[in-house]
Design a protein. Structure first.
Length: 175
């Protein structure tokens, strides 16, 4: 619980470190809704894995179904530009690298950790984005963002070290 609290506090600092004039209440509400949907996805996936579903097949079913549900939206909004060579390359990259590979690995990892640990570990994403902004775009974060990075890192370190200590204690001959 402490690891999650640290990581959430760090994420809030990272998110709140931006320009307050750029905050759109609708966007904020949509982001919170997306976070809730993601939490539901992780919990449902873990329950299905614990029920005996194979990770790769489960991932294929979930994202195949999501693609079918979103197909009418794509057709209604127009997919013409996506059919160009550059568009097809972009779709292939997004579909294969950022969804298929990433979520197959995530689902496989979810077989070995609990929902709370997985949720806490995914809070590293905003920190990773911040670090990419620093390294690739030359951004210079302020004190709040740096403190947020430190809190997320502390939360992850606490989570990992507690999991290791717990697994050593459980697996020791004296237990």
């Amino acid at each position: 619980m402490a690891a999650t609290a640290l990581a959430v506090a760090g994420t809030l600092l990272l998110v709140g470190a931006g320009d307050r004039d750029d905050v759109d209440p609708t966007g904020l509400a949509l982001a919170l809704g997306a976070g809730l949907a993601y939490a539901i996805y992780v919990l449902a996936t873990k329950l299905l894995l614990d029920g005996g579903s194979a990770p790769d097949a489960l991932t294929a079913r979930i994202f195949g179904s999501a693609g079918l549900v979103l197909l009418p939206v794509a057709l209604a909004s127009g997919i013409g530009r996506l059919l160009s060579p550059g568009g097809l390359l972009m779709v292939a990259h997004l579909g294969i690298v950022t969804v298929a590979v990433a979520y197959v690995l995530f689902t496989r990892g979810l077989t070995g950790v609990g929902v709370a640990a997985a949720g806490t570990l995914t809070l590293a994403e905003p920190a990773t984005a911040t670090l990419c902004g620093i390294a690739i775009l030359g951004e210079r974060p302020g004190g709040a963002a740096l403190a947020g990075l430190a809190l997320v890192a502390a939360g992850i370190v606490l989570l990992v070290t507690n999991r290791r200590a717990g697994s050593v204690a459980v697996g020791s001959p004296s237990s």
